[in-house]
Design a protein around this ligand. Structure first.
Ligand SMILES: Nc1ncnc2c1ncn2[C@@H]1O[C@H](COP(=O)(O)OP(=O)(O)OP(=O)(O)O)[C@@H](O)[C@H]1O
Length: 697
């Protein structure tokens, strides 16, 4: 990056009566003003003070061509070389700024810097076609603190006030039209169109006074040599015709023109403040104070080569304004900018190179495939059919219906597609999981709790199982009901009827499913009263006799044993299923916990073609498996549970039937065999406490 000083030139307007106070030294490029100073109350002494202002050049009576050559040529050449350039004309109203920048249409020789710069740029474009120079032009004006596009139609009521923004270190006007121009004529056509639209008004010093600051910009792109090279330079040339400062009493304006003049003076004063801040090296330069200073930010201190042409009247009458313009020029003269060649990659060339390289690589691949016996492999974009075939294979693989070998891996494009499809499957799985969790009403805890309530998968413990069959399926003996704890014993009944009442009364429980649980299932036939007057051993002996010596007893006992064995098997199956389902539930809850943890750490799992969250994928796969196991197990368990309930009922029925048959048999036996006397023995409290049933040996 090279620092370069802003070049400052002075152009004095030709005058019939130039001030005798102005002395130009063309060799030294200085101008001296002899100033009249008044001392105290004494008579004024003429020219008792002198001010000398150095310039890069002073133009007094040169023609327009000389002005271009002296002031503008180098900037235009620099723009063609890739630098940004700005040429500004500054000065009092009517001092010749527009004449210098635009020129006069009366004669071709009077054309100003703009047409000459356009001519030079297109001359280069024609002379060096290999450089592939492209040109765009824009034209704007800053009028009453608004930025307006002069192309194509500034004077429309809908004219938009544009916004200047800093983009990549350079000031850009958002929405400004940039017209692509192929020839000098085209560029000038747009320039004149803009000229027609710019704001002008007459006043005492200028019949065509500019009421706005105008900026005509040429955007130049140029290849830095042969077209095969990748680099292009992109630069712009700003040609700025500032509105002139004016003293209202001299221009004798009123109304709108007066308001315009005040705003022009204000914006020029902001420009002076910005220049002053830059010159003083102040930390903050108030570029944003006005549209003009914002627009000129690059020209005054950024990436730009800048030339200022100060236009001034040479008459005595305007000496004050001239001195003030010269002072401004002196400040600008010491400003430094940091211009660089603006290079950028040539997109078209880069694309051409890539196309060539791709074509060569394809040939290389085809050759290699032919040599390795895989001539049919395609490297073109995957078709929709291929994509859906791959999707089906992945689905089959994930469902464990096909192995990994079923997924073809032929080229990189296909591998990328496979990753995308895996991601698709993962996303869908995640959706399913979230839906499932939503259905279960929230987080893992709720899910577990809900599941436990939803399906009762506790078929009972081994102990409960034993209790279920208590007093029943011991090898030989018949123990009807567990022994009640001592403190649970009821008062001794005095007769069998009293004992029955006691059995039926609540609080006399001898297990959940004893053979004679009157609270749950009282036998259809009442037990013979004399049965309860026997002691437990005798009573069980009688029951054993019935089961082993009578057909009815044998059949019913066998039926009960078969059903109970079946019930046990079912309970075992249910227990196993219960373990499977509970394990699956636990697994689901654990996976959910891990996934939640991961989600907390990163709100969103990023996946692109460069990466794949393998851990997450495995988790999701485990989740799927656990969920399938849970669903299968839960379904099977429901079926087993239904069977279980049926079997339990059947067992109860068998027990009931056996008891009833036993009661009937016992009654008949005691009645007809006449040995009732022998069987009748006094009741003992222990026998009554365990009237029927007993612990299993
Ligand atoms: N060097 C010059 N040679 C011949 N004529 C000139 C010269 N400078 C200015 N003029 C004439 O003076 C008149 C006013 O000049 P010009 O419009 O360029 O002033 P200006 O500085 O742009 O004024 P304003 O700020 O009001 O727009 C024009 O008619 C122009 O032709």
């Amino acid at each position: 990056m090279g620092h370069c000083r802003v070049k400052v030139h002075l152009r004095l307007r030709p005058s019939c009566r130039p001030s005798t106070a102005i002395h130009v030294d063309h060799a030294a490029h200085t101008i001296r003003i002899d100033v009249l100073k008044q001392h105290g109350g004494g008579p004024p002494k003429p020219y008792n003070d002198q001010m000398v202002f150095p310039f890069d050049s002073i133009i007094q009576s040169s023609c327009q061509e000389a002005v271009f050559e002296q002031c503008a040529r180098q900037v235009v050449e620099d723009v063609l070389g890739g630098y940004n350039g700005t040429i500004l004309t500054y000065g009092q109203t009517g001092s010749g700024k527009t004449f210098t920048m635009t020129g006069d249409t009366k004669a071709y020789a009077h054309r100003g810097i703009v047409p000459r710069a356009v001519e030079r740029i297109f001359a280069e474009k024609v002379a060096k076609p290999e450089a592939g120079i492209t040109v765009h032009v824009s034209y704007l004006e800053v009028y009453n603190e608004g930025i307006y596009d002069l192309l194509p139609q500034r004077r429309l009521a809908s004219a938009v006030n544009l916004v200047a923004m800093e983009d990549n270190g350079l000031i850009e006007i958002k929405g400004l039209n940039k017209m692509h121009v192929n020839t000098e004529e085209e560029a000038m056509k747009y320039f004149f169109e803009g000229e027609r639209h710019r704001s002008v008004a007459p006043h005492a010093l200028n019949q065509m006074s500019s009421r706005s600051h105008c900026v005509f910009t040429m955007f130049v792109e140029r290849h830095s040599g042969l077209r095969t090279l990748q680099e292009v330079t992109s630069s712009k040339l700003n040609l700025v015709d500032l509105a002139g400062s004016e003293r209202l009493k001299r221009t004798e304006v009123g109304g709108t023109t007066k308001k315009e003049a005040m705003l022009i003076n204000k914006s020029l004063s902001f420009l002076e403040q910005a220049v002053f801040a830059l010159r003083q090296g102040l930390g903050h330069v108030p570029f944003r104070q006005s549209r003009l200073t914002t627009l000129l930010k690059d020209a005054l201190g950024g990436n730009c080569k800048t030339v200022l042409i100060v236009c001034a009247w040479a008459e005595d009458f305007f000496l004050d304004e001239t001195i003030s313009a010269l002072r401004f020029a002196q400040r600008v003269k010491y400003l430094k900018t940091s211009a660089v060649i603006n290079k950028k990659a040539d997109a078209a060339n880069t694309q051409r190179r890539y196309v060539r390289e791709i074509s060569e690589l394809k040939q290389e691949l085809a050759l290699r495939d032919a040599l390795t016996g895989r001539p049919s492999i395609s490297y073109d974009e995957l078709t929709e059919e291929t994509r859906s075939a791959l999707r089906e294979r992945i689905q089959a693989f994930l469902a464990e219906e096909a192995g990994i070998d079923s997924i073809p891996i032929e080229n990189f494009k296909q591998v990328k597609e496979l990753f995308c499809l895996f991601k698709e499957a993962q996303v869908s799985l995640r959706g399913e999981l979230e839906k499932l969790l939503r259905d279960y009403g929230g987080g893992p805890d709720t899910f577990l709790n809900h599941s436990q309530h939803d399906v009762d998968i506790n078929p009972g413990s081994e102990e409960a199982d034993d209790e279920e069959c208590v007093g029943e399926l011991d090898k030989e003996g018949f123990h009807v009901g567990p022994v009640a704890p001592d403190n649970a014993r009821p008062d001794l009944p005095t007769s069998p009827h009293a004992m029955l009442r006691a059995i039926r009364s609540p609080g006399l429980k001898y297990g959940e499913d004893t053979l004679l649980d009157y609270n749950k299932a009282p036998p259809a036939v009442a037990p013979p009263p004399n049965l309860w007057e026997l002691d437990e051993d005798t009573r069980n002996e009688a029951f054993s006799e019935f089961k082993h010596t009578t057909d009815e007893g044998r059949t019913q006992d066998h039926e009960l044993r078969t059903k109970t064995a079946e019930l046990r098997l079912r309970k075992q199956t249910a227990r196993e299923l219960c373990t499977t389902v509970n394990d699956a539930k636990l697994e689901i809850a654990n996976i959910k916990k891990v996934l939640d943890e991961q989600s907390k750490q990163s709100a969103r799992v990023e996946f692109n073609n460069q990466g794949f969250d393998e851990q997450k994928y495995h988790l999701m796969q485990r989740f799927r498996e656990a969920r399938s196991a849970y669903q299968r197990g839960a379904q099977e368990f429901k079926e087993v549970k239904t069977d279980l309930e049926l079997l339990q009922q059947e067992v109860r029925d068998c027990k009931q039937k056996l008891l009833e048959s036993f009661f009937r048999w016992f009654e008949v036996k005691t009645q007809y065999k006449g040995d009732l006397q022998r069987l009748m023995t006094p009741l003992s409290p222990a026998r009554i406490a365990s009237p029927i049933g007993g612990p299993k040996p």
